[in-house]
Structures are given as structure tokens and as C-alpha cells.
Design a protein around this ligand. Structure first.
Ligand SMILES: C[S@@+](CC[C@H](N)C(=O)[O-])C[C@H]1O[C@@H](n2cnc3c(N)ncnc32)[C@H](O)[C@@H]1O
Ligand code: SF4
Length: 386
């Protein structure tokens, strides 16, 4: 273990799931077995990154997916050991993993392997809704999984999906209340989105699936903020709620604040400031597991050579991410990183229309603005013309 250094995250993408949920468009592949070849490739890829990033300790490690709770505890441990050996871990580093309730029994062993934060994909606490979402667990199993997670680690989050087909506001309020009663320090509540190419998108095109319209979705969001807020779960990001600042996701906060991170595994993205070029480097690993493993075996790296983002691209990313968090965009940090500034006229117009709050230091979405975050972010993503 080493002392505190500039924030750096490590994301590990484990692309396998027991079954593919009809709403999900992540880089996922149906598989039941373990994949030691992939773990070997992850570790070799990480060693390649060590040459580029230099020796900097990780602030956080996050196993995402896919379903990383399908990894063997030994494979998880090997990746954590490699991260510690090649980079070092800050004292008290967050080491998180996304868990499917169907793998609940594995959670204590995953904690012993080094995981100290678990987010459990509960999605719903209604059995019929879970079946419609294509999940391989019922509500009782999900509740049991949260209990096992809480015994295994101190920091637990639950993922929920709202604005589903046929869901009423009263249904959602009941589910939220039941989720709050689980007593986790963190809740992620995502509005169901129709992602192109998914089974749900196809069903919607042919009229076999109808989701609540924009106005209804706004009512769901408002209810979410109201019910979670009344229970002491504060929204620190559009879809993320924490009881205390310590309960917030350290790893996701790195993304939202424009910090550096290294991503390993199929399709994983990386962003790294380069002192050599003075700009932000971006890389994306090969998407398919077989291609990723082959690339690492051949070249010692899972991605093509990293590209340097233009200041305008870097600026746009930082604006879109920074706007998502309650504390908003840090204007001085944005300009220091990109040498670009937010457009004064757009700021004034959006503030005048009630979408954002602008102070000397920061730009935040208003409650009304939260409903259209991406659109507002898109308008601010173009810097002030010089
Ligand atoms: C990688 S998954 C979590 C772990 C595990 N694979 C699982 O599903 O239980 C990340 C989360 O993204 C959310 N998600 C995925 N697709 C979504 C969609 N189309 N709309 C809203 N939320 C979605 C789900 O809440 C899911 O738990
Ligand atoms: S929601 Fe989770 S389990 Fe379902 S396909 Fe996506 S990553 Fe896999």
C-alpha cells in the first residue's frame, strides 16, 4: 500500500452474464463458465498500462459488466493483487463490484478476495416486473442477496429501474419504500431507457411494449427524489442517492469529476492525462472477448494505441459528466484542464429559463433541469468562441 496520489481509477469489464436482459445494451455475452484466459489477459493489459501511466496508486477499483459476480473469487483476488503490485492502492481504496442477486452465495468469498463495496442489481421488488425484465431472480432472492452483501461488506448499494411498462406511481412508491427498508447507504435509481438494438427496443417498435411517456417519466423522477430524499437518501448525481458523503461511489465520482481512469477488459474505455502531450488520452479496448484476449497476447495491450482528445472533445465530455452531479461543473477546473470556457450567452439563456443555476465557481442543474440533463449538457458542450 502507498500514500495518497492524484486520483486514478481502475475499471475492469467482465462481459459475461448468465442470460441477457432484454433492456440491456452493455457489452455483454451469454456465458456460464469461468474464463481464466480473460483474467490472464486483464492482468497482462494492466501491466501494459503501467508502462504508459507510470507508478500511480489507485484511488478505486471497480469490477463492472456484465456480471462480475460470476468471476471466481481467486480471479478477483488476482486482479486486485496485480493492481497493487503494478500501481499500488491508496490506503482505504474503494474496491467495488456489481453483483447479480442470483450469485448471492458468492458474495462473502468475493469480500474475502478484497471487495469492500457491493452494488446489487435488484432492479425491482415486484416478482411480475422482474419476470418482465427477464431477470433470473425474484424479489425474495434480491432481498436475501442484499442481506448477504450487508453481512459481507460495509458499503452496499442497490440498483433499481423505474418507469417500467404498466408500473403505476403507487407501485413505484411501494418498491422504493421496500428498498429503503433494506437499510443500504446507497441507492441507484435508473429510469428504464430503450436502447437501440435491444429486445425491448424491438418490442416497442412493434407495439408489444409501451413505456410511460415523457410527462409520466418526469412524475416518476419527482417521486423518486421525494421518497428517497424524505428517507435521508440525498441525490448527489442524477440517478444516485447516498445517506452520507462516505456512502457515495468514489469510483463513479472519478468519472463525473473528470479524473483519470484506466479501463481493462473487452470494450473498456480509459482516460488519462498525459504530461508528455499536455492533453487527455483516450483508449477503447477490443469489444469481443476473443479479440481482446488475442490483442493482449499479441501486443501486450487490449486497445489500439490511445488517441489524444482535442481540447473541444475533452471539454464536451467534462461538461456532460460534470452537469450530472449535484455540486455541478467546477468552472475553474474545467478551464484549467481544457483552456476553454463555458459560453456566457448560453449560460445566461439556460439560467434565465430555469434549467441551470450559475455561480462564479460552478454550474448546476435545477430540479427542472435534471429532467433534461443530456439536452442541456449538449447545449453547453460547445465552448465559448474565442
Ligand atoms: C452491469 S448492470 C449490474 C450488475 C448485474 N449485471 C445485474 O444486472 O444485476 C448495471 C445496471 O445498469 C442498469 N441498466 C442496464 N440497462 C438499463 C436500461 N436500459 N435502463 C435503465 N437501467 C439500465 C441496471 O440497473 C443494472 O443493474
Ligand atoms: S442488466 Fe446486468 S445481467 Fe442483465 S444483461 Fe445487462 S449486465 Fe447482464
Amino acid at each position: 500500500m502507498s500514500g495518497v496520489s492524484a486520483p486514478l481509477g481502475l475499471y475492469i469489464h467482465w462481459p459475461y452474464c448468465r442470460r441477457i436482459c432484454p433492456y440491456c445494451d452493455f457489452n455483454v455475452y451469454k456465458a456460464r463458465g469461468h474464463d481464466t484466459d480473460l483474467t490472464d489477459a486483464l492482468i497482462a493489459d494492466l501491466a501494459g498500462w503501467a508502462d504508459i501511466a507510470g507508478k500511480r496508486a489507485f484511488t478505486s477499483i471497480h469490477f463492472g459488466g456484465g456480471t462480475p459476480s460470476l468471476m471466481t473469487p481467486r480471479d478477483v483476488e488476482r486482479v486486485i493483487e496485480a493492481a497493487d503490485r503494478l500501481f499500488g492502492l491508496e490506503t482505504g481504496a474503494e474496491i467495488g463490484l456489481e453483483a447479480n442477486p442470483a450469485e448471492a452465495v458468492a458474495l462473502p468469498d468475493l469480500a474475502r478476495a478484497g471487495i469492500n463495496r457491493l452494488s446489487v442489481g435488484v432492479q425491482s421488488l415486484d416478482d411480475r416486473a422482474l419476470a418482465r425484465l427477464g431477470r433470473d431472480h425474484d424479489a425474495a432472492r434480491a432481498i436475501e442477496a442484499v442481506g448477504i452483501a450487508q453481512t459481507a461488506v460495509e458499503r452496499v448499494s442497490v440498483d433499481l429501474i423505474f418507469a417500467r411498462e404498466g408500473q403505476s406511481l403507487a407501485d413505484w412508491e411501494r418498491e422504493l419504500t421496500a428498498a429503503i427498508a433494506l437499510g443500504t447507504g446507497h441507492v441507484s435509481a435508473y429510469q428504464l431507457t430503450l436502447e437501440p438494438g435491444t429486445a425491448f427496443a424491438k418490442q416497442a417498435e412493434t407495439g408489444r411494449l409501451t413505456l410511460p411517456d415523457g410527462d409520466a417519466a418526469a412524475d416518476f423522477q419527482e417521486l423518486t427524489y421525494g421518497v428517497l430524499g424524505a428517507a435521508g437518501l440525498t441525490p448527489y448525481e442524477i440517478s444516485n442517492f447516498a445517506r452520507k458523503p462516505d456512502d457515495r461511489s468514489v469510483h463513479n465520482s472519478l468519472y463525473w469529476t473528470g479524473a483519470d481512469w484506466i479501463g481493462i477488459g473487452p470494450g473498456a474505455h480509459s482516460r488519462l492525462f498525459s504530461s508528455t502531450t499536455g492533453g487527455r488520452l483516450a483508449a477503447e479496448a477490443k469489444e469481443r472477448p476473443g479479440d481482446y484476449i488475442a490483442a493482449v497476447r499479441q501486443a501486450g495491450r487490449g486497445s489500439e494505441a490511445e488517441i489524444r482528445l482535442t481540447p473541444a472533445e475533452d471539454f464536451a465530455e467534462r461538461v456532460l459528466m460534470g452537469l450530472r452531479i449535484a455540486e455541478g461543473i467546477d468552472r475553474a477546473a474545467l478551464t484549467a484542464a481544457t483552456r476553454l470556457a463555458l459560453d456566457a450567452v448560453r449560460l445566461e439563456t439556460l439560467a434565465g429559463d430555469g434549467w441551470i443555476t450559475v455561480t462564479l465557481d460552478r454550474v448546476m442543474l435545477t430540479a427542472q433541469g435534471r429532467l433534461l440533463a443530456d439536452r442541456i449538457g449538449g447545449e453547453l458542450a460547445e465552448p465559448q468562441a474565442s
